[in-house]
Design a protein around this ligand. Structure first.
Ligand code: ATP
Length: 293
């Protein structure tokens, strides 16, 4: 198998989708092993030797305060940020040994850094998720068209299909980006704050999309979410990050505890474990001097 091209640290998300099409080669178990992740020019790593696993047919939610390293960890898993040490494997195969096409068929990333030309339509953007290396609509197959229609339908952005991306609101753009990564039709889906900019109706729709994908397609989903209750309702597994370290992992009931909220999120809160997941009653924000006691 030819070696995959070296990636830079900051690649446009579309680069990972360069040749997405066809049947996938894997089932989608993701193992990030002892990952050390840092940014160029920085003295110390953001993530220093952490391991994380995500399994097919399950949703793993990454939660943590601002700046705790959630996006950095996701970029490491997506090979957008090359690890200083450690390895990411999908079904036991190191990411470095995937060729570009295989990688694109296997792993899709919705990044917070997604960009696209303003002048293309939503439909073109979604096609771009399958064949960004070609001109739009050139030589697409029926399978491509089906994947694009399904993605547009799942993301609920059919009404936006002919609108130019540059004229969309933040939430409408987010839906278009979600459709684009869904069209890639991968075994592994990494989603960085997919509910950003979305109103509550569309946030719930995104949660439903993820549930549908898990149940019908048994794909592996790793999702960064800020709303801990939403994350707990959706996820099979949760990983809580604080200061670049994994502070807790396990089922939502194991992770979302009053102690974790106090120590990692600096919130004084009551947590009630309900059949639908932990319910959080925030009382007040704690301050640094209280966290030490
Ligand atoms: N491109 C970058 N270059 C240098 N440092 C970065 C870069 N991106 C993030 N960082 C730093 O890495 C640390 C973790 O950031 P990261 O974006 O991973 O956190 P996060 O948990 O996703 O935060 P948020 O919830 O605010 O999105 C922060 O200290 C941040 O300043």
């Amino acid at each position: 198998m030819p070696p995959r091209q070296q990636r830079t640290n900051r690649v446009e998300p579309t680069d990972a989708t360069a040749t997405a099409s066809g049947d996938s080669a894997t089932d989608g178990r993701v193992d990030g092993e002892e990952l050390v992740l840092s940014y160029p020019g920085s003295d110390s790593p953001v993530i220093d030797g952490e391991s994380v696993t995500a399994t097919p047919g399950a949703v793993t939610a990454l939660v943590g305060p601002n700046g705790s390293g959630k996006s950095t960890l996701l970029k490491g898993l997506a090979d957008q940020l090359s690890p200083d040490a450690g390895t990411v494997r999908i079904d036991g195969q190191a990411l470095q040994s995937f060729d570009k096409k295989e990688f694109a068929r296997t792993l899709g990333l919705l990044s917070q850094e997604s960009t696209s030309p303003d002048s293309i339509t939503v439909e073109e953007l979604v096609y771009h998720g399958r064949y960004p290396h070609r001109g739009f609509f050139e030589g697409t197959t029926e399978a491509d068209q089906r994947a694009v229609e399904r993605a547009i339908d799942l993301a609920g952005c059919g009404h936006l299909r002919d609108r130019e991306v540059g004229q969309l609101s933040g939430g409408q753009k987010q839906l278009a980006w979600i459709a684009m990564v869904l069209a890639q039709d991968t075994d592994v889906l990494l989603l960085d704050e997919p509910t950003t900019f979305l109103d509550l109706h569309h946030q719930l729709e995104v949660m439903e999309i993820i549930e549908t994908l898990r149940e019908e397609s048994e794909i592996t989903v790793v999702v960064v979410l800020h709303d801990i209750e939403q994350a707990a309702r959706l996820a099979d597994e949760m990983v809580a990050l604080g200061d670049g370290e994994i502070q807790a992992r396990g089922t939502p009931a194991e992770v979302v505890t009053e102690d974790l909220l106090a120590e990692v999120f600096e919130i004084e809160a009551e947590v009630e474990q309900t059949p639908r997941g932990p319910r959080i009653e925030p009382l007040r924000a704690r301050h640094d001097d209280e966290s030490d006691h």
